[in-house]
Design a protein around this ligand. Structure first.
Ligand SMILES: C[S@@+](CC[C@H](N)C(=O)[O-])C[C@H]1O[C@@H](n2cnc3c(N)ncnc32)[C@H](O)[C@@H]1O
Length: 282
């Protein structure tokens, strides 16, 4: 039987050599997943022997990772706002920059017991996080994808937010009474289909197209959402994530829908990433 150390030593160079440059630490994460150990435990037990069944399972996961399948799907989980969210190939893998949406949403003026709408909820990260972070709040998590709603429902249950989060299958806000919401958040699909060839294979070939690409041009879903949000009450904040280089277009779309841009939040790379808007007063 090989030791943990030997399996890791063989796997790390294979990960590093992938065209997408997988981090070598993923070897320990995948082996830990198979053995039911944390990364730290795996690293501390280098001389332990790995049983044949576990070795075979590790080799299978490693082979899938080497084809580009994201580690989060293989591990079944990704952390967001310090909570572990279940993820699979039906949902976008939560990105760190989306935490800026949470930060801006938590800074929004809110009444007691607010109602929150998350448009395009995916794994439910925004709806569940805000429902848990804002005392007395209730969230509606909407998505067009039945698979995404199933994952969001599991996350709401697992993280103790099931009673505070309702799931709705709909196209953006169709059928919802926007006047009842006190805060709207969204990380809509915003990649132009023409940019697909330049995406990493990890993203392009494995994450759901519905979560990535906006039909037509990159800001088409955002434009539809903005038009619908003209029906919000004037004090209500809309907090949305945008793609790299989309600020100017988003400004034009917002103005065309009568929305006022209150704040632009940059991500850790200095890219304008999150917009805070409200209905214009004119
Ligand atoms: C970029 S993902 C964001 C998921 C999640 N909010 C997050 O930040 O990780 C966009 C989500 O919007 C959903 N979506 C795409 N088009 C939609 C539409 N027209 N109406 C509702 N949801 C849509 C996708 O299924 C996907 O779950």
């Amino acid at each position: 039987m090989p030791t943990i150390r030997a399996l890791l030593a063989a796997a790390r160079p294979l990960l590093v050599a992938t065209s997408f440059g997988a981090p070598p630490r993923e070897a320990a994460l995948l082996l830990g997943h198979v053995l039911g150990l944390s990364e730290a435990q795996v690293l501390a037990r280098g001389e332990a022997e790995v049983p044949a069944v576990a070795e075979a399972r590790f080799r299978e996961l490693l082979a899938r990772r080497l084809t580009g399948e994201p580690a989060a799907y293989l591990l079944g989980e990704r952390e967001f706002w310090r909570r572990p969210f279940l993820v699979d190939s039906r949902v976008l893998i939560p990105r760190p920059e989306t935490e800026h949406v949470v930060e801006e949403a938590l800074a929004a003026p809110l009444p007691e017991r607010p109602w929150i709408l998350d448009v395009g909820t995916g794994s439910g990260i925004l709806a569940v996080t805000l429902a848990l972070e804002i005392p007395g709040s209730r969230a509606v998590a909407a998505d067009l994808s039945p698979g995404a709603l199933a994952v969001a429902a599991k996350n709401a249950r697992r993280l103790g937010a099931a009673e505070r989060v309702s799931l709705v299958g709909t196209d953006l806000t169709a059928g919802l009474d926007l006047a009842r919401f006190d805060l709207v958040v969204s990380n809509p699909p915003y990649i132009d289909l023409g940019d697909a060839p330049s995406l990493s294979p990890e993203v392009r070939d494995f994450e759901p197209a519905l979560a990535l690409f906006a039909p037509g041009c990159g800001d088409s879903v955002l434009a539809r959402l903005f038009a619908q949000c003209a029906a919000l009450r004037s004090e209500v904040r809309l907090v949305v994530e945008i793609g790299c280089g989309q600020l100017a277009a988003a400004r034009r779309r917002a103005a065309a829908s009568g929305l006022e841009l209150i704040r632009v939040r940059e991500d850790y790379a200095g890219i304008p990433r999150v917009l805070v808007l409200r209905r214009g007063r004119g």
